[in-house]
Design a binder for this molecule. Structure first.
Ligand code: NDP
Length: 307
């Protein structure tokens, strides 16, 4: 670790992956396609977001999803339900949205209040509208290589990796973290790109030696700056998914799971904030657009079958 301590803050600008800029480009492409759809079909994709309770962070996320959805020219349907909402009422709303032809994507903002069963709610969403990609049908499709709606954060990581590295074939990727929303789908996506994939977790032995031989390291653990400079081989690409709030010198700030300032020898690295984070909403809208396209394809196919 000492070897890198002297190069603190010496990450060349050319090595920093600008997720904010990439996400802006993605949003602009989505907006252009939505405008084209509106001109051609006189309809637009719609995203429904359900928020239960008053959690301040969730409320901010939902408001920003509404703003971005509308900015992309899509319909935004926001459902804010009281903290005391019962499972049955929530499931009824999901069912109603499943059947609403104006809604192409449904997102239930997590975490839900403790009395609600999040797994059951997610399983109630029509997999074709599951733009978060959390439904077991979508997880299964991703695993067997079928057309799935893919969770937004790993999808965003993959976009950044391909943008920076091009073809990923044959590269050794180590994914640290195995959650259903980041680590596991990330590993599946990298496998589909013909990477050799290692998945590490809390019980992995000698983690630093695993990451040290990787060409690509994706970290999603939720531990501030756990991955140090000497865990990464020179020329590797590092994607930091972690978002951790810490207090430094009396000031509150966000840091990732990777010690960014020690990554001067990496080929490329995502900063926190400004790396993976901004990609998530862009991928949500891109998934909503994809769900819309597939719904159109299904309609055209069934119209052809009838005629
Ligand atoms: P989870 O808590 O669900 O999963 C964390 C994973 O990290 C688990 O698989 C756990 O292993 C593993 N882990 C924990 N400690 C260690 C350790 N010491 N060594 C190796 N592995 C370890 O978290 P999420 O996947 O939901 O999120 C991870 C991070 O990413 C968080 O900081 C979160 O805030 C952030 N995040 C950021 C997003 C964005 O948009 N940028 C979106 C989603 C998440 P085990 O399974 O063995 O317990």
């Amino acid at each position: 670790m000492e070897a890198f301590a002297q190069s603190e803050a010496l990450v060349p600008a050319s090595s920093v992956i600008d997720g904010k800029a990439y996400a802006a480009g993605l949003m602009s492409r989505v907006k252009t396609e939505v405008a084209e759809i509106k001109g051609r079909l006189n309809t637009v994709p719609g995203l429904a977001v359900i928020l239960v309770g008053e959690d301040p962070a969730s409320s901010v996320y939902v408001a920003s999803k509404r703003r971005e959805t509308q900015a992309a020219g899509m319909n935004s349907f926001e459902h804010r339900l009281p903290e005391t909402t019962s499972q049955i009422v929530l499931l009824d709303l999901v069912k109603e949205l499943n059947g609403d032809p104006r809604v192409h994507g449904i997102l239930v903002q997590l975490p839900l209040p403790g009395h609600l069963d999040a797994d059951a709610v997610i399983e109630a969403i029509d997999p074709a509208k599951d733009v978060d990609g959390f439904h077991v049908i979508n997880a299964g499709r991703l695993t067997v290589g079928q057309n799935a709606l893919v969770p937004c954060t790993p999808l965003g990581c993959l976009m950044l990796l391909k943008d920076r590295l091009g073809d990923l074939t044959g590269r050794h990727a180590v994914v640290v973290g195995r959650s259903n929303i980041v680590g596991k789908p990330m590993a599946q996506l990298l496998l589909q790109e013909d990477c050799t994939v290692t998945i590490a977790h809390r019980h992995s032995r000698d983690l630093a030696n695993l990451t040290r031989i990787a060409d690509i390291v994706v970290v999603a653990v939720g531990r501030p700056e756990m991955v140090r400079g000497d865990w990464i081989k020179p020329g590797a690409t590092v994607i930091d998914v972690g978002i951790n709030r810490v207090v430094r010198d009396g000031k509150s700030r966000l840091v990732g799971d990777v010690a960014f300032a020690e990554m001067g020898h990496a080929h490329a690295v995502t900063p926190v904030p400004g790396g993976v984070g901004p990609m998530t909403i862009g991928c949500l809208l891109s998934n909503t657009l994809e769900a819309f396209r597939r719904a159109q394809d299904r309609e055209e196919t069934s119209a052809m079958e009838i005629s």
